[in-house]
Write a protein of this length. Structure first.
Length: 257
């Protein structure tokens, strides 16, 4: 939503609405725009495992704004400074991978929030423009309207979850079930839909909601979206551009025979 007269992503999530976000791995801005125009409420640009860099984030966020969808970015592991950069370029929500402690959560929050909550420096010219706000209005709302989600992907993160959630500036968490399964079973196998992973995901959602924060999760298949919502997740990722495109190509070729 590029206009300040429309509900922000933060407002929609805090009001209890379920937001399903498309996932963009390909550094092709028009594909992100297409997913937004197709009806996704949000599109997330992935810098961690996707092909996005700062240039494609810059262009991709503008393309998503043009589609009318909300704008999210997952930054690379440990690059919390990039959180401030993508906010300046127009992101409304940022996901930080592998946050395993309150200290790491604080570093992330500092990059996301202006003083007195955090330590983000000033310069959101493009971000304010895409939000349809004056710089003064952007500043007045930024700490509440820009969402910081810490990824919970390890037993260490689960153990520290309450402290992570209590960190000022952290608006919620995001579960990566593949890495969570890999760390829970000590690298034995990927088991994102397994009982141990799902039990951990349910615990994370319950504790996050009890803290009054936003719970997000990645769903590898469409059948997992409804159960995730029932667990209490309100920011749900499903639909990866490369996977969607490949499926359509395969289906088209099959029809041709």
């Amino acid at each position: 939503m590029s206009s300040s007269t429309q509900p922000s992503l933060a407002t929609r999530l805090r009001d209890g609405e379920t937001i399903v976000t498309a996932w963009s791995n390909l550094a092709v801005p028009i594909l992100a725009e297409v997913m937004g125009r197709a009806g996704y409420s949000c599109v997330t640009l992935d810098m961690q495992h996707g092909l996005h860099d700062i240039a494609s984030i810059r262009d991709g966020l503008a393309a998503i704004a043009l589609s009318g969808a909300h704008r999210a970015v997952r930054i690379p592991v440990g690059e919390t400074g990039t959180a401030s950069r993508v906010l300046d370029l127009g992101a409304e929500l940022v996901i930080a991978p592998m946050i395993n402690s309150a200290a790491e959560a604080k570093t992330f929050a500092d990059a996301m929030k202006y003083p007195p909550v955090g330590a983000r420096s000033w310069g959101p010219q493009r971000g304010a423009m895409l939000a349809g706000k004056s710089p003064a209005d952007y500043l007045a709302s930024a700490n509440t309207e820009l969402v910081a989600l810490a990824m919970i992907e390890t037993p260490e993160a689960i153990a520290a979850l309450d402290e992570i959630l209590a960190q000022p500036g952290i608006d919620g968490v995001f579960v990566g079930p593949s890495d969570l399964s890999l760390t829970l079973n000590k690298g034995a196998k990927l088991d994102p839909g397994g009982n141990m992973t799902m039990a951990a995901a349910q615990d994370i959602a319950a504790r996050t909601r009890a803290a009054g924060k936003i719970a997000g999760i990645f769903c590898l298949d469409a059948a997992g979206v409804a159960p995730a919502r029932d667990m209490g997740y309100s920011f749900i990722a499903h639909g990866v551009d490369l996977t969607l495109f490949s499926a359509v190509v395969n289906d088209t070729l099959a029809r041709i025979g």
